[in-house]
Design a protein around this ligand. Structure first.
Ligand SMILES: [Zn+2]
Length: 267
């Protein structure tokens, strides 16, 4: 399930392989991924252009187009972005493919079709239209801004961390990892956190996301590359706390499955 660190990985794939190259063919294998955007317009607007700049906001990836406008990519539950040398090697579940004049192609894959590919005129307007809060790793989103954003919210901390309108980029998996590292019960009310807990939550949010990016989130061997003491490799049925080896507690919170250690997080 792609969250901020995974999408940052896709951003690097795009930046490394696709920027500055002329797109000479646009393939839409399944127009449902474009939503209401007409496939014919999508194809004609991307044909012959170059992508010049990448931007990520939360779980959204954007690339600016030299003739104006932005390509937008959202990965939903099963989306990914892959670069291939040959068109014939199109990966399974490719919904949209951009082929480049001097070889290579960029494939947006998505097995479950939850997610969206689109074109917008302005990146900032798009972020506003999607009602996205500040990106979790935005330098301007410092502790004071975080504190202001979550001030007085009576919902559980896990749901607040996952609320894209409050802070963009965190989903089910990384909210569990962040709360585990901060030793906070996912079901605790946000407005009940002590000042020290709030500070720890903010610091662990940044640390966990940055480590995940640095260790190659989204790649196949990623879980094995995580530092010792990470919850993620144990985040499955029968998993144990990487610190105290207690069996992890699993429960539903706001419709999502939360994993936590009953001893370390008092949950
Ligand atoms: Zn523990």
């Amino acid at each position: 399930m792609p969250e901020l660190p995974d999408v940052e990985g896709f951003k690097r794939v795009l930046a490394k392989n696709a920027l500055g190259k002329t797109i000479n063919q646009v393939v839409v294998n399944d127009a449902r991924i474009l939503g209401k955007f007409p496939a014919r317009t999508f194809v004609s607007r991307l044909n012959g252009v170059k992508l010049v700049e990448t931007r990520r906001h939360g779980k959204h990836l954007m690339a600016s187009i030299d003739r104006g406008g932005w390509l937008t990519l959202h990965f939903g539950m099963t989306g990914a972005l892959q670069f291939g040398r040959k068109r014939e090697d199109e990966p399974p579940f490719t919904r949209v493919r951009l082929d480049f004049a001097n070889d290579g192609c960029l494939a947006y894959t998505n097995k479950r079709m939850i997610g969206r590919v689109g074109l917008v005129e302005d990146a900032a307007d798009f972020i506003a239209d999607e009602k996205l809060g500040p990106d979790a790793l935005d330098r301007r989103f410092d502790f004071d801004a975080f504190k202001t954003a979550v001030l007085g919210i009576e919902r559980d901390v896990k749901s607040v961390l996952m609320d894209q309108e409050i802070v963009a980029g965190i989903g089910n998996i990384y909210s569990d990892e962040i709360l585990f590292q901060a030793r906070i019960n996912p079901a605790e009310r946000m407005n009940k956190l002590a000042p020290g807990q709030l500070k720890r939550l903010f610091l662990e949010m940044r640390k966990v996301l940055k480590i995940a990016i640095a260790r190659g989130a989204g790649s196949e061997q990623f879980v094995e590359c995580l530092p010792k003491g990470s919850l993620l490799p144990e985040r499955n049925k029968g998993g144990h706390c990487p610190r105290c080896r207690a069996p992890l507690k699993v429960f539903k919170l706001g419709g999502r499955t939360a994993y936590c250690c009953p001893r370390c997080q008092d949950c």
